[in-house]
Design a protein around this ligand. Sequence first.
Ligand SMILES: O=P(O)(O)OC[C@H]1O[C@H](O)[C@H](O)[C@@H](O)[C@@H]1O
Length: 479
Amino acid sequence: MASSTLICETQPWKDLKSHVEDIKKTHLRELLGDTDRCKSMVVDFDGITLDYSRQRATPGTMDKLYNLAEAAHLKEKIDRMFNGEHINSSENRSVLHVALRAPRDAVMQSDGKNVVPDVWNVLDKIKDFSERVRNGSWVGATGKALTDVISVGIGGSFLGPLFVHTALQTDPEASKCATGRQLRFLANVDPIDVARNIAGLKPETTLVVVVSKTFTTAETMLNARTLRAWISKELGPSAVAKHMVAVSTNLTLVEKFGIDPNNAFAFWDWVGGRYSVCSAVGVLPLSLQYGFTVVDKFLKGASSIDQHFYSAPFEKNLPVLLGLLSVWNVSFFGYPARAILPYSQALEKFAPHIQQVSMESNGKGVSIDGKPLPFETGEIDFGEPGTNGQHSFYQLIHQGRVIPCDFIGVVKSQQPVYLEGEVVNNHDELMSNFFAQPDALAYGKTPEELQKENVQQHLIPHKVNPQTYYSIALPITTG
Ligand SMILES: O=P(O)(O)OC[C@H]1O[C@H](O)[C@H](O)[C@@H](O)[C@@H]1O
């Protein structure tokens, strides 16, 4: 395909266009009756099970989507990304956030330079600094330990770190490491957000981390000046050196602002803001709160899925499968939205993070060459943790419009509860028994009964195993 050819002009696209008309005539019930089909649509990697059997797709659809991926040169594009080529053509730069979690001995090049040693220099600096703050050897202007951190940033300098913080808060190991400490996030330029962030905190025990890739974002800079005034008013201007640090690619502006460059943590232009959670943007505030050891585990998890994305064949490749199914739903079925429904309160901030990652990346009206696209791209992402969403917008999903849903279930809760005789329990042992049950029977209902209750007709989840689907679908109330 010449680079100026639009993907919709290729044969695989045309094949999918006619194929979708056939699938539209097929009820999901029929698709679910085909056991071999359902079995072929479950993929495991590293403790994650992706079940996309509730998608309106057949193995034949998947083959056609793989052909589309080939026509789009997807594998070559993944390779070009990992090789540090300038695939961000509008900014003429590499897109190499995967290097942020690469092992210390890995080699990843941007503009002819191995960037991994630079990444690890900053990680080592964060480890050292966060340990000194946490163990009280770095103290504030009055000699007191800094127990509270306010991270000031917006967009990618906020949503990823907030999501991970929320996910770790109730993890037993992480919460133990955070004993006696607080981490807050100031994003909104509305002064109400400032007031809420500083409520109950004292400047003498607070460390402010100003996070901005550019160090020019109006909201962040105003909030940073407001907190600088809050510190100076109470402790004098010289206290800023002990109470404010920065994360940025623009170290010149950091220094101009009055933050000691030694207390600045760098990242690089080859990291897109929305993908920056694994840089100092996320690693610094999270290490201050939980310790570097905990955050390092998060980086290793991200590295593991990077390697999977890079090397797994498309039929087994979780990110590729999810991407292809999004294209199928949005560009062929014309479903405009996708609901992200984690059945875990720890993933409460997952949907807002994905909103930026997905919508800021895929919200395009033109091709990479600037040609207007004659089809819709990118979905409208929204979501809430279950069961909260059930008592809110699920009514529309049941009886209004078709919205593909990504249900996310967890086998082992961070905070299990077991009450004898209760249907909804998540005690470890009970959950493993539950997952060993055949579909639906775990709740004593047959698939036919479920169909009568119409719980699955309009739901097309694809991120949980079959048992989880029913465990999620059954408690739904629509009143
Ligand atoms: O990190 P900063 O430079 O302050 O940028 C914060 C945000 O600014 C803009 O809205 C960009 O579109 C976002 O991608 C970015 O995350």
